[in-house]
Ligand binder design. Structure first.
Ligand code: PLP
Length: 381
């Protein structure tokens, strides 16, 4: 039996900037006495991220969820929104907070994103938008989705929480659709501890979003929209400016780790790598596999539990499906018969440890365990 790892190996670790450099920015903030409401750090981060992500307009938020809530509000989405059940709860909760009804669409078997072949049959006279999620940083089929949206006059919004730096056909992912949300939560490739942003086009929308995230306050005695407090503060922005400097190097390290996984998992019957893209550039935010119990010999749940015995902590991401939440049970589109691929994926996916500091020999040992699990009896592992 292989020994357990001495230290716990988690699914991810936050990218932490140099503490002295953060302290120096903190000193500047203290001296300025400007700690929130679009100070210097906020302005600088917004500018730098706009360039980094190569998008026309960008607005920062205190997290990705409030960004999506206010993005949907700014676009004046009404009625029904066609979306995926294979996502994090926040995607659906942003619809709930806007009083919108989700219509669940099944996903495609390969990238596990909303399946454009199944969207059209779900459109009714109440449909106003398609909300796609670039799951694990793999881009949705943005061209087909836009084509459908144009035919029916629908808006297109993307939850790009996983898609920091993803490109589609050489174009930045945030340039597709009407709006893209990014999350800068600690677990994301780029983080501001908590934080998020929207990418979109046009000065009008920029003005509206900047109002919405600050209670709709237009002047000392003027409130023009019903908004929210969803501003990113100066501390978050300062940390973000230091983390941003580390992102390229982190991506390079993760690329190497991805290669070690790919080399060692290649050819294991019943294991498929979901984040192995051909000809597209991923965000390197996750490394996710799918386990087919029949062919592999063990279930995803078994592997998830067994790895814990070796101090390896993986994540069933995404599980459960959002369509299984009890408050959506009355919807026709929540029924299992409408979502066969999503149902299957939720039982099979497993996010593996993936972060720059992960040692390559540890990745090899984890893969070795996966090989052993499949071909040996439980006693022999
Ligand atoms: C797909 C997806 N959407 C939305 C969110 C929510 O983002 P935040 O935590 O920044 O609110 C997350 C995760 O954190 C996510 O994975």
């Amino acid at each position: 039996m292989m020994n357990s790892f001495k230290e716990h190996i988690y699914v991810t670790r936050p990218l932490l900037p140099n503490l002295d450099k953060v302290a120096s920015r903190m000193r500047d903030i203290w001296e300025s006495k400007w700690i929130t409401n679009t100070g210097y750090q906020h302005k600088e981060l917004e500018k730098q991220l706009k360039e980094f992500l190569n998008v026309e307009q960008l607005s920062l938020f205190n997290n990705g969820t409030s960004a999506l809530i206010l993005g949907l509000k700014a676009l004046e989405i009404k009625g029904e929104v066609i979306t995926t059940p294979f996502t994090f709860p926040a995607t659906l909760q942003a619809l709930d907070w806007n009083g919108l009804t989700p219509v669940f669409c099944d996903i495609d078997e390969n990238l596990l994103n909303i399946d454009p072949n199944k969207i059209e049959q779900l459109i009714t006279e109440k449909t106003s938008a398609i909300l796609g999620v670039h799951v694990f940083g793999n881009p949705c089929d943005v061209e087909r989705i836009q084509y459908i949206a144009n035919q029916y006059g629908l808006k297109v919004i993307y939850d790009g929480a996983h898609a920091f730096g993803t490109e589609y056909a050489g174009r930045p992912i945030g340039s597709f659709g009407d709006m893209t949300m990014y999350s800068f939560h600690a677990t994301k490739l780029f983080n501001t501890v908590e934080g998020g942003a929207l990418a979109f086009k046009g000065d009008l929308l920029k003005g509206k979003l900047d109002l919405l995230k600050n209670f709709g306050i237009a002047g000392p005695e003027e409130v023009v929209l019903s908004g929210l407090n969803a501003k990113m503060n100066e501390i978050q922005a300062a940390i973000g400016l230091e983390v941003l400097k580390l992102v390229e190097e982190e991506r390079e390290r993760r690329e190497k780790i991805k290669e070690v996984y790919e080399k060692n998992l290649d050819g294991i019957e019943g294991i498929r790598i979901v984040t192995q893209l051909k000809g597209m550039s991923n965000s390197y935010q996750y490394f996710v596999i799918e386990i087919d119990e029949e062919r592999y010999g063990k279930s995803r749940d078994w592997v998830h539990e067994e790895l814990k015995k070796y101090n390896v902590f993986t994540r069933k991401y995404f599980y459960p499906l959002c369509s299984d939440f009890k408050w959506y049970q009355h919807l026709d589109s929540s029924q299992a018969s409408n979502l066969p691929i999503a149902k299957k994926a939720a039982k099979r996916v497993l996010a593996m440890p993936f972060y720059g500091e992960l040692l390559e020999e540890h990745v090899e040992s984890i893969c070795h365990l996966l090989v052993n699990f499949s071909c040996l009896s439980e006693l022999a592992i």
